[in-house]
Design a protein around this ligand. Sequence first.
Ligand code: BV8
Length: 234
Amino acid sequence: MNILILTGAGVSAESGIPTFRDANGLWEGHAFEDVATPEAFARNPVLVHQFYNERRRRLQESDIQPNAAHVALAEFEQACADRDDIRFLLVTQNIDDLHERAGSQNVLHMHGELLKAQCLESLQTYPWKDDLSLETPHPDDPDDESKRGYLRPHVVWFGEMPIGLNQISEAASNADLFLAIGTSGVVYPAAGIVASTPHACRRIEINLDATEASSAFDETIRGPASIEVGKVLQ
Ligand code: BV8
């Protein structure tokens, strides 16, 4: 039994992290595509760093905690790990660490991670909880003034190649069960995963509202992830 689960911003909504749609794709007057793109970073790195510094700080505030959906997914992963006849993969579009904080061991962040930084030169990533700026010393060479500001958020921007696409398409093409949770099915290639599952795969969508992808699913469950995910996975 091969199980593939895809989560989106809706799974973190009840933890207090606004979804992309709730923010109407706008942040302080900037369209995400104008802030979350490599061109935006080249044009205005200070603004883009500010955008992610604010989100990184907010994510680490004490009131932001995993919710029952994150916990149910972590417990389900553990139950699958104890069975050698089940292969399980959790793919998330989210850049928060709430799946990990709920206990999920093996999370594929296809759009990157807010709590990591990436070197613009080596592309190496580093765990990162602080602000980033053009003055940030390089972790491997903190005394080398010429290497300040070499770090970017380890986040996949619009127009950039998502992470793990080969692993995701391999899991999708072999899936017996595909569960999409809290995603509007707007952003590709994540939104296209459901279409690459085999005909025999059972496709279930758990989402508050109907989405652009709903018609591709065998079953659509309308309701909050914190309630519906546990019911489906039990
Ligand atoms: C790519 C990190 C090429 C950043 C994100 C023009 C130029 C370039 C590209 C494109 C273009 N036009 C189209 C594209 C493709 C583009 C795209 O899809 N654009 C959209 C806007 C049309 N995609 C890309 O650019 C991707 N890269 O195409 O590269 C390529 C492709 C393949 C192979 C080689 C090369 C890269 C996309 C990744 C962008 N980065 N995140 C950051 O976060 O700052 S995307 C970002 O928005 C999130 O990560 C997330 O993925 C997305 C939001 O989607 P959702 O997670 O679905 O969230 P949303 O708010 O939309 O929906 C939440 C849902 O939850 C709602 O339906 C709501 O009803 C529900 N909900 C709410 N509360 C609850 C709930 N459900 C249950 N319970 C609740 N309580």
